[in-house]
Design a protein around this ligand. Structure first.
Ligand code: GDX
Length: 396
């Protein structure tokens, strides 16, 4: 009994409907759930298309539900977290609603971003196979462009290595991945965790990954070789909210203990990466360089006093001229530690400051490593996390 959920906000309707169709046709799937952010135009079009299909002579062979997300949290911005948590609530209670016609409780909940153009039945099959092998959680991981995933690498992976080096967390391949499958006991445990239910924004992926590790659930990371084809970001500014919210999620957990006892964590081996991914540039570099000079305030410059000299002076120079080679690995990690103590996700000066530091870090990485080719760049990311991970393990 599996439910596949696609959270969506504003996406290409044909892509979403194509993905719904793939899920409905899968043998292991009992129902599909779409959770929209609001009743916007995209929601209305998808709703109308589902109604039309169900009233046609070839209706969906399985129930396709569409909901607007419930406001479940109280403080943070309503976003993908409320969407995914709404799906978890639906999943747990679906069998109690006679109108849903589920004869027993649903057993597995899958999530996939609604906009994946390379989605096919294999994503579901792989997750179902992992669940059949007994894993509590199956997460998909896939090759990404060397300039993509810079919130994952610079924020989440660095944070996990710094804060919980002796646990399974630094080994999670794509800790922010939104393509995963939970068994019922995982959904029950996550829903019982108030911090998960309060994480209504982009921080939800961090929360799911973190609490699954803290609760010791077994994890299979399943490799999807074709990767996730989705639209390119424009400048890095498109990622500012995600950056701030993912950092704040790690920051909010920093005093949480995680057991150092080994837990079951298997990683499917990766295969050679196709050239459409190795040759792809994930963001607009020239547009991003300008960001270092934008939106400075006197208070931001004052807050720089909290940071080590190298980060402080580098950023002050960058406010006048696009400079970023100062933001090497060591400078980023030292700034990251200050941010863990002082960052305030509700304060726009702090949001701009972390954003500019991260832009400098991403540009530094791009110019130093991405220019040497895809494999060198990925190696540099991996080595950054491994070095930090090893150093912190020795220190603790
Ligand atoms: N219900 C709901 N509510 N859905 C949302 C909302 C919201 O407020 N915001 C976004 N979505 C949907 C969106 O329509 C799409 O289906 C999915 O969530 C992902 O959003 P997208 O803007 O395509 O995110 P992006 O940049 O592709 O990031 C995704 O991948 C990241 C990663 O793998 O690194 C997203 O799943 C991130 O959470 C993840 O960290």
């Amino acid at each position: 009994m599996a439910l596949v959920c696609f959270p969506f906000k504003k996406e290409r309707v044909p892509t979403v409907l194509r993905n719904v169709d793939i899920a409905v046709r899968h043998n292991c799937v009992d129902a599909v759930l779409l959770v929209g952010a609001t009743k916007n135009e995209c929601y209305r079009k998808i709703y109308a298309a589902i109604e039309a299909k169900n009233n046609s002579d070839q209706p969906y062979a399985k129930p396709v539900h569409i909901l607007v997300q419930t406001r479940l949290a109280t403080v943070l911005r309503p976003g993908k977290g409320d969407g995914m948590n709404t799906a978890m609530q639906f999943f747990l209670n679906a069998h109690e609603q006679p109108a849903n016609h589920f004869t027993e409780p649903l057993k597995r909940l899958h999530f996939y971003d609604a906009d994946i153009e390379s989605f096919d039945h294999n994503w579901i099959t792989k997750a179902e196979d992992g669940a059949a092998l007994g894993y509590d959680v199956v997460r998909h991981y896939f090759p990404r462009s060397s300039t993509d995933a810079q919130v994952t690498w610079q924020v989440t992976k660095v944070g996990f290595a710094l804060l919980w080096p002796r646990t399974t967390l630094p080994w999670v391949q794509q800790p922010l991945g939104g393509e995963l499958c939970f068994t019922r006991r995982v959904v029950e445990a996550l829903m019982a965790e108030p911090r998960v239910m309060q994480q209504s924004d982009w921080g939800i992926d961090t929360m799911y990954t973190f609490f699954c590790a803290q609760k010791g659930f077994s994890l299979l990371e399943s490799y999807v070789p074709q990767g996730k084809m989705h639209a390119l970001y424009g400048g890095l500014r498109d990622l500012k909210n995600m950056l701030c919210e993912c950092f704040a999620a790690v920051q909010s957990l920093r005093h949480e203990p995680v057991s150092e006892e080994p837990t079951v964590h298997r990683i499917d081996p990766a295969t050679p990466v196709p050239s459409c991914i190795t040759e792809k540039i994930g963001y607009d570099i020239e547009k991003s360089m300008r960001l270092l000079r934008e939106k400075w305030t006197a208070r931001q410059k004052g807050l720089l006093e909290l940071f080590p000299e190298k980060a402080k002076c580098g950023l002050l120079r960058a406010s006048e001229w696009p400079e970023f080679m100062f933001m090497d690995e060591q400078c980023w990690v030292s700034a990251y530690k200050v941010l863990l103590d002082h960052f305030n996700v509700f304060d726009e000066d702090w949001r701009e400051l972390i954003f500019k530091m991260w832009v400098a870090r991403v540009l530094n990485y791009t110019m130093r490593h991405v220019t040497r080719g895809y494999h060198c760049a990925l190696q540099a990311n991996t080595e950054m996390v491994t070095r930090l991970h090893m150093r912190r393990t020795m220190e603790l």
